[in-house]
Design a protein around this ligand. Structure first.
Ligand code: KG4
Ligand code: ZN
Length: 346
């Protein structure tokens, strides 16, 4: 194996090529000094996976493989950068779908080897949290982060940059997964989050009293499998009674039940850790009800609230570029034996 040389940057600016392929988005970005996004190309496979009602891992890998070189080239072109201008490569190394991760990692390793520049593996959740640094220049730890996505539901205390204390996580489904499953039951398609968010605006959030699962009184963990089953049971029992299902009411009631638990736990955690800043991250942070209630509650409690723009909430490589830069600055560099780690812990 080649021993990688760590070269000094060619100028005072560090230019990162970042790659993200952990699920169903093939994305590459060029980021300057971890903050300035020169390009962020995202090729979504949603239309392909839609017909199966969710992401099919093998199909996702194949599409990443077909797309990755084109997306990398597009990211460089749109940033008006050349391969020779790059100082290091950042890539998502986990968690995620192993076959999908491997496409990004293999590409990153090949580039690192060919260009003789360092490689930095990034934790996907760290990337989601770092998306906030790209848009909020005033944001600095300590803060509490609520990470809500299709694969993760975490409450994390960030005491200093890149130092994470996980206070709670889901014990079963991730919140985005619950949105996706309920959406499928309601026949709203994939991805379920945006569909339920939209339809809920026409529904009554108090129409159906779905369970709010708080677990033990002191716990910051989550569980969403119960509410998913409750929605299914409700629909089946209404159908058996010959009643019409009001999808908008079911969607709005499900959404309210889930969001209430998330908001309550995030605020209690902030109080417990004495944090005056909450940072939301991940695809579900795009949810309009979550944003609305968090804004109201945080204003009441004088807590500063940050979340990324819609494009940076869901998977993208720019957030990986930011996280890679912060790691690189701390001397955390990976070698060519970097491997995909589907269950990588934060
Ligand atoms: O962060 P992300 O792109 O991928 C993972 O890392 O998992 O999140 C995707 C998830 C999907 O489950 C999708 O349904 C959910 O985010 N999502 C939403 C909304 N937009 C995307 N959930 C609720 N409301 C939304 N507006
Ligand atoms: Zn994600």
């Amino acid at each position: 194996m080649m021993i990688q040389k760590i070269l000094p940057p060619k100028n005072e600016e560090y230019l990162t090529l970042a790659i993200e392929t952990s699920c169903d988005e093939t994305s590459a970005a060029v980021v300057k000094n971890g903050k300035k996004v020169l390009s962020n190309i995202i090729s979504s496979q949603i239309d392909i996976h839609k017909q199966y009602g969710g992401v099919v891992p093998e199909i996702a890998s194949r599409h990443h493989l077909d797309n990755i070189n084109v997306i990398v080239k597009e990211a460089l072109d749109s940033a008006e950068a050349q391969f020779e201008d790059l100082d290091f490569i950042g890539v998502t190394s986990g968690p995620g779908l192993v076959g999908a991760l491997l496409i990004g990692i293999s590409t990153a390793k090949a580039l690192s080897y060919a260009l003789n520049i360092p490689l930095v593996g990034v934790h996907h959740i760290e990337g989601h949290i770092c998306a906030n640094y790209l848009e909020h220049s005033d944001l600095k730890p300590p803060f509490l982060s609520l990470v809500v996505s299709g694969g993760h539901t975490h409450i994390v205390d960030i005491h200093e940059e890149l130092s994470y204390q996980v206070l709670g996580r889901t014990r079963d489904d991730a919140v985005g997964e619950a949105f996706d499953k309920v959406s499928r039951v309601l026949g709203l398609g994939y991805p379920g989050g945006p569909a339920i968010d939209k339809l809920s605006q026409w529904g009554d959030p108090n129409a159906v009293d779905f369970p709010r699962t708080y677990l033990e009184p002191d716990s910051f963990d989550f569980s969403f499998s119960g509410i998913k089953t409750a929605v299914l049971n409700y629909i089946n029992s209404e159908k058996q009674k010959g009643n019409k299902i009001h999808s908008a009411d079911v969607a709005a009631s499900f959404q309210m039940a889930v969001i209430q638990v998330i908001v309550d736990k995030a605020l209690t955690a902030a109080e417990r850790m004495q944090r005056d800043t909450i940072v939301m991250a991940g695809g579900v942070a795009a949810n309009s009800l979550l944003r609305k209630i968090m804004k109201e509650k945080c204003a009441e409690k004088r807590i500063r609230l940050y979340y990324p723009s819609l494009e940076l909430c869901t998977d993208n490589a720019a957030m990986i570029g930011c996280a890679a830069y912060l790691n690189y600055m701390k001397g955390r560099i990976d070698w060519l034996d970097l491997d995909a780690c589907p269950n990588l812990k934060l």
